[in-house]
Design a protein around this ligand. Sequence first.
Ligand code: G5P
Ligand code: MG
Length: 231
Amino acid sequence: MASKLLRAVILGPPGSGKGTISQRIAKCFGLKHLSSGDFLRENIKRSSEFGVLAKQYIEKGLLVPDQIITRVVLTELEKMRNQSWLLDGFPRTMAQAEALHGISDVDLVIALNIPFETLKERLSTRWIHPPSGRVYNMEFNPPHVHGIDDITGEPLIHQEDDEPDNVAARLRQYKDFAKPVIEFYKDRGILHSYSDTETNRIWPYIYSLLSSRITAVHPDTAPESLQSQKQ
Ligand code: G5P
Ligand code: MG
């Protein structure tokens, strides 16, 4: 018997830990991690038509127009018809939520509520490895060697949209656009919200939620608190 597919969305302001939690979910549960920000950066890197357009907005800390990002993300989703996926960073506006709703059901939505002060602090000390999307934070998960990716030995970068002025603009904008999207999923009874200042305190609850829907592919990666409950 084919196992049931799970289609999930993770919502949250910039720096709320969507990427960090998505990587854990992908590793533990085998869902394909689809990040709208990563798709845009890939397009920018190869100077595609979408990439050239998107760059102007990202550099200013602005949202990319709905029709551009929707085309990019829905094209990727088309390739994932027979796979479980986790969409990170999309939808961010009602137009995007409606476009997604038009092509696929969503089974569950995770929303991260993190205080804005915490977000500003995190993003200003964030470094990423663009080819893999691995993220580091100088306090939370520093690389073994300063400025170098642990796995490939390649250099890490500090993204332009993580500069303080851009961060403030991204946070303001998020608030305005996210509210109706959150209501949209709440009304459908599929929204699961988590509030804390630490990803590691939220993670056991998300692990538990996912475990009730899908079999872990790597149960040994369960958070410590859950492992001790199971013994
Ligand atoms: P992105 O790339 O989607 P954002 O704006 O959603 O970017 P970002 O920056 O990727 O947000 P995140 O994924 O929510 O944040 O968070 P993260 O990267 O996991 O964690 C942030 C940092 O905090 C990391 O350094 C991590 O190690 C650290 N950290 C995590 N947890 C903790 C903790 O508990 N404690 C501490 N101390 N640190 C922690 O989008 C980029 C741009 O693309 C465009 C927009 O212009 C956007 O600005 N875009 C879209 N435009 C329109 N519509 C869309 N749907 C778009 N999607 C992307
Ligand atoms: Mg991210």
